[in-house]
Design a protein. Structure first.
Length: 181
């Protein structure tokens, strides 16, 4: 199964991007993860879309379309989506060939706050739901107070967090299979 990872944070030292990288180690056999670059996608503008897709947006749309599933990791910014994540979702959402249609998605969030970005997950679910993506309902994974759960190299040092991510990834495979039926 080819999984496309999207991090909602553009920060080099992002906990979410670091956790996504760790998912490579925690994935069940037969699952691979490629992490999308979304930092170079211009701000969505329908005029630009209509004039011809910019290369980075074209690349994202092709990657979402080709993936068996999309794994989103994101902090919440002001209780909701980061601009980078919303922009990526929007570019991939416009017809023709709306890329989220029937796409299995799993997500987790990491943030400095104690709730681990919980609120962004419900906004992402609402947005992707109306695009007919199928977001894995459970397990939910919130990495709260993330600054205490990673080492300086971005490795997750908190065993419970590794276990929660392992369970999420273990549930994602069967979800993809079920949603493809
Ligand atoms: C614009 C902005 C808004 C933020 N809003 C929230 C918030 O609503 N809740 C929260 O827990 N953390 C918030 N934070 C702090 C982030 O959780 C923290 O910067 C985190 O490290 C971002 O994730 P990253 O490490 O993947 O970049 C905010 C940070 C920024 C820059």
């Amino acid at each position: 199964m080819k999984i496309l990872g999207i991090s909602g944070s553009l920060r080099k030292a992002s906990y979410n991007t670091a956790a996504l990288r760790t998912c490579r180690e925690l994935m069940p056999q037969g699952m691979t993860l490629e992490i999308a670059e979304i930092g170079d996608i211009p701000m969505f503008n329908q005029d630009v879309f209509d004039a011809g897709l910019p290369e980075p947006a074209k690349r994202l749309r092709a990657a979402v379309t080709a993936a068996d599933g999309v794994l989103i990791a994101s902090p919440e910014y002001n209780f909701s989506l980061t601009p980078a994540l919303k922009n990526a979702i929007d570019w991939a959402s416009r017809p023709p060939n709306q890329c989220w249609q029937d796409k299995p998605v799993a997500m987790f969030s990491a943030s400095a706050g104690p709730l681990g970005g919980a609120r962004v997950q419900y906004d992402v679910r609402r947005i992707l739901g109306q695009l007919w993506a199928h977001v894995l309902p459970r397990p939910e994974v919130f990495i709260g107070s993330a600054q205490g759960k990673f080492d300086a190299q971005g490795k997750i040092t908190d065993e419970a967090t590794r276990k929660f991510l392992t369970e999420l990834l273990a549930g994602f495979g069967p979800w993809i299979t079920r949603m493809k039926k």
